[in-house]
Design a protein around this ligand. Structure first.
Ligand code: AMP
Length: 892
């Protein structure tokens, strides 16, 4: 009765709240507190997530405001530890036009520009409500409002920005409650970029029956980590969901680097793609992510060395962290000797005596040193004509005498001798100078008779030697001209070994007049013999055309014609014709053949055989997957054979790449592009290095990039890259990695992974070509032999590098990422939170990681991945995987 003073009865409660409260509470507890342990405090890191607010862990009042007052209400319940459970509920489903707001207190974003909100709630199914269907809703809205401080909670509703409408995946009926099945929904939304110091959240109910059980607000970070001896600090992820933040690492104590290492922090809080590393400085070695001093008796001389090594014989250290070992008393090491060399007592050879001297030879003998510091294994005798030190000869001998022959008459020669024991070489003796005898002039007819006789004899012997050399069947490699089983002799010029008896390439630069070189090596063709048909390409100096060459008395030939554009400078003409001067010296079925040049009329032209299929990279891309393995190996064999010929000639190509191989209609591959400058001005792939030269980084051996050491062995490295290009049908080596990243990755020992469906034998050969130590790489004649064997025995090509090892290379134990291997497409998609597409991928044949690696944006659209954010996420992950594929390979 009104006014009777009795408290008025409470307003009728919504239907589901009428359930016995302890039962509901127990259910909530079961859901919220599995094992009663899930209460995490503010700021605690859940993996890489950092909480800004967790309503479950606030012990006192949450300070949230509801309006109108009869909308959202807090259920003041406690858990088994008497800690409050902040659950808000609203259930005005029977009434029209509901607009109930619940505002949180101010939440500082602590510098994060993207935050995540995780809601746990239950929602009543409208169908199960008798009579409420007209007004009942099954969603609510979430908003936020940014401010720098706590003022501003009371701004108008329309100033709040909507984050999303939240619907339940699972609503429940009274029946469910009867069965005690609580359907708790978890929804996560993210907001960013945030620009102020903090924000309020608001939940708007428009007539649903909701219990908001918990609200957790957090940001993600990449947690501090030490990788490759560099410390990467705690890093808050970027504002954009697909952003990778590049973070510089700092080297751990006692480590150094040329360039600070970098890593990338993903929006998901994972560290990706480490580039570069720190190295323990000299005197320190790596142990458990730290640099530890070398112990006594151990040393490390360079940061690049992996471990501290024991001091060599007769040396020691006085302190830890030594960079070198000191020699014991009476033992010495030369300044020029490496610190790994044992300290020895000196054993110099002093007593060198001249023996028989002739006009072309000098015999020497010497005595074994008094205190030889071990058994002498051999002597090394270095000699050269006085004042001609750059061109010297070395003879190795096990005896204490030699005869140096092939000398010039009446010339002074300088000799130096050193001994080698198990401890290494001793120092060279001082220089000894001896002179050959002069030639005596023939003065009478009588003296000529023996000279003629000698000449005939020498001629016969020479002929026998030449025939012997040819019959010996030795076709390549360098020969150590053995004089005596105990002696071997090698000639050096400017540090290079000179090969006897092999036709060598002559650098046109050595001609004073470059025109002379052209005419020595290239035939002049009358312009009237050439008919140009069409333009087929663009060269550095002008157009490249196809046409026909008809020289009187000869068969008409299809030819390619390179022209020199009008207005050229003298240097351009010289460089243009330089290629002909080089090409004209070669004659091999796998080297592009020069027909001749036109220099007497304009335009100046270079005429070569015509290669119908043009350059190999373009041809392979156009015919992706069209050839048998044997056909591909045939192409590679041809290229290797051409390169063997060039290396035998002493010519280093420096720009071997599929784009510089031409292929004809019979699929015969020929090496081309013999630029004279070889600074590779004409190659768009060539990039300037720090040392100023221009180098096609992806194809070039590390020693050639680092210190311009171009040799046939660096050509072998490039050949390995060409193999990879061929087997992958023209894929770009290292994909879209930058040149700098390629250099780093290769320096750190990473290598390109096997192309798909690649015979294991071919991939092994590629890896051999990419040995860091250039002397360990196969020579071109060995490569030809290996490929010939594979062609003769095609079953040896059946074993492929299997997909699982390719994928395990992706993220295997060598992976700089060091995280797990994606064993399935499902696992990968789950990992990038795109698990919903697993079925679609599988149904459309993308059932393996190899197949997935081929997916394009177009494919994604076709598969029905229409959300741009999802497309981005999947494509970014694929791109990262490709980079990791490169990084994931450490075979050496
Ligand atoms: P180059 O200046 O040698 O790089 O040549 C430019 C382009 O012309 C090459 O990429 C080929 O597509 C084409 N080309 C050059 N030489 C020949 C040839 N002998 N036969 C067919 N196409 C050629």
């Amino acid at each position: 009765m009104p006014g009777s003073g009795r408290p008025s009865p409470p307003p009728p409660r919504p239907p589901w709240v009428l359930l016995p409260s302890p039962a509901l509470l127990l259910l909530l507890l079961l859901v919220l507190l599995p094992g009663g342990t899930l209460r995490s405090g503010l700021d605690s890191a859940v993996g890489s997530e950092v909480n800004l607010l967790d309503s479950r862990s606030v012990m006192g009042d949450l300070g949230w405001i509801a309006y109108p007052k009869n909308g959202w209400e807090e259920i003041g319940e406690v858990d088994e530890n008497y800690a409050p459970i902040h659950t808000y509920q609203v259930c005005r489903v029977m009434e029209q036009s509901q607009n109930n707001w619940l505002l949180t207190s101010w939440i500082s974003n602590r510098g994060a520009s993207r935050i995540f909100i995780e809601l746990k709630f239950t929602l009543r199914d409208c169908n199960s409500l008798p009579g409420g269907l007209g007004t009942c809703k099954e969603t609510f809205n979430m908003y936020y409002f940014e401010t720098d401080d706590e003022d501003g909670r009371n701004v108008k509703e329309n100033q709040y920005i909507k984050i999303d409408t939240i619907a339940a995946d699972e609503s429940f009926t009274e029946l469910d409650l009867g069965d005690r099945v609580m359907k708790l929904n978890t929804e996560v939304r993210d907001v960013g970029p945030l620009t102020k110091k903090g924000f309020y959240l608001a939940f708007q109910d428009v007539g649903a029956c909701i219990a908001l059980v918990s609200v957790r607000v957090y940001y993600k970070k990449c947690p501090e980590v030490i990788r490759n001896l560099a410390i990467f600090p705690d890093t808050i992820t970027g504002a954009d969901s697909s952003q990778l933040l590049e973070v510089l690492g700092s080297c751990v104590n006692h480590s150094v680097t040329d360039e600070p290492p970098r890593m990338h922090c993903s929006a998901e809080g994972e560290w990706l793609v480490p580039i570069g590393k720190c190295m323990c400085k000299a005197g320190y070695e790596e142990k458990n992510n730290t640099c530890q001093a070398c112990q006594l008796g151990f040393f490390k001389d360079l940061p690049q060395s992996q471990r501290c090594t024991k001091c060599p014989p007769h040396s020691y250290t006085r302190e830890e962290a030594s960079t070198t070992c000191l020699c014991e008393e009476h033992y010495f090491r030369k300044d020029s000797d490496p610190p790994t060399m044992a300290c020895t007592t000196p054993s110099p050879i002093t007593n060198v005596k001249k023996g028989k001297v002739a006009k072309n030879s000098i015999s020497l003998s010497w005595q074994e040193p008094d205190r030889p510091n071990g058994i002498i294994l051999e002597y090394e005798i270095k000699y050269f004509e006085k004042d001609q030190e750059t061109s010297y000869t070395i003879i190795k001998s096990k005896e204490t005498k030699i005869t140096a022959d092939g000398l010039k008459p009446a010339s002074v020669y300088v000799f130096q001798i050193r001994a080698r024991t198990a401890a290494g070489y001793g120092g060279f003796s001082r220089r000894f100078e001896f002179e050959t005898s002069p030639v005596l002039a023939a003065s009478s007819d009588q003296t000529q008779i023996p000279i003629i006789a000698v000449s005939v004899t020498v001629g016969v012997i020479l002929l026998a030697v030449v025939i012997g050399f040819l019959l010996s069947g030795r076709r390549c490699g360098y020969s150590k001209a053995k004089q005596d089983p105990e002696e071997e002799k090698m000639h050096f010029h400017n540090g290079h070994i000179k090969l006897p008896g092999v036709r060598t390439y002559i650098d046109p630069h050595t001609y004073e007049d470059p025109n002379q070189a052209v005419h020595e090596f290239a035939k002049e063709i009358e312009a009237s013999c050439i008919s140009i048909e069409r333009v087929i390409g663009a060269g550095e100096f002008g157009e490249v055309c196809s046409g026909r060459l008809k020289i009187p008395g000869k068969r008409e030939l299809p030819v390619a014609i390179k022209t020199l554009k009008v207005g050229y400078t003298e240097k351009q003409r010289r460089d243009f014709l330089g290629e002909a001067s080089i090409m004209g010296q070669f004659d091999h079925p796998n080297i592009i053949h020069l027909e001749g040049v036109v220099t007497k009329s304009k335009p100046v032209m270079i005429v070569t055989e015509y290669m119908e299929n043009g350059s190999l990279d373009t041809f392979l891309k156009k015919n992706d997957g069209q050839f048998t393995v044997i056909q591909l190996v045939g192409m590679l064999r041809g290229i290797a054979s051409g390169m063997k010929y060039l290396s035998d000639m002493g010519y280093v190509h420096r720009d071997l790449a599929a784009r510089n191989i031409l292929i004809n209609s019979n699929l015969v591959c020929k090496v081309s592009d013999f630029g004279l400058s070889r600074i590779l001005e004409d190659d768009p792939e060539a990039a300037y290095t720090t040392r100023g030269g221009k180098i096609p980084i992806r194809w070039t051996a590390p020693e050639a990039i680092a210190f311009r050491k171009f040799t046939s062995a660096s050509d072998v490295w490039s050949y390995g890259i060409v193999m990879w290009e061929v087997v992958s049908y023209g894929e770009r080596p290292y994909w879209e990695m930058t040149n700098q990243d390629v250099i780093k990755a290769v320096e750190e020992g990473y290598r390109l992974p096997s192309p798909m469906d690649c015979p294991a034998a071919l991939y092994q050969l590629m890896l051999d070509c990419w040995q860091k130590d250039r002397n360990s790489r196969p020579k071109f004649d060995e490569i030809v032999c290996i490929l010939d064997k594979l062609i003769r025995n095609p079953s040896s090509l059946k074993t492929l590098v299997n997909a699982s090892s390719r994928v395990s290379n992706l993220l295997g134990e060598h992976s700089p990422l060091g995280n797990g291997v994606y064993r399935s497409v499902g696992e990968w998609l789950e990992a990038i939170k795109m698990g919903r597409y697993t079925e679609i991928f599988m149904e459309n044949g993308y059932s393996s990681m190899d197949a997935v690696a081929q997916v394009t944006l177009e494919d994604l659209r076709r598969l029905g991945v229409t959300l741009v954010g999802h497309q981005k996420k999947i494509m970014n992950s694929l791109q990262e995987m490709k980079v990791q594929l490169v990084n994931g390979m450490v075979p050496l």
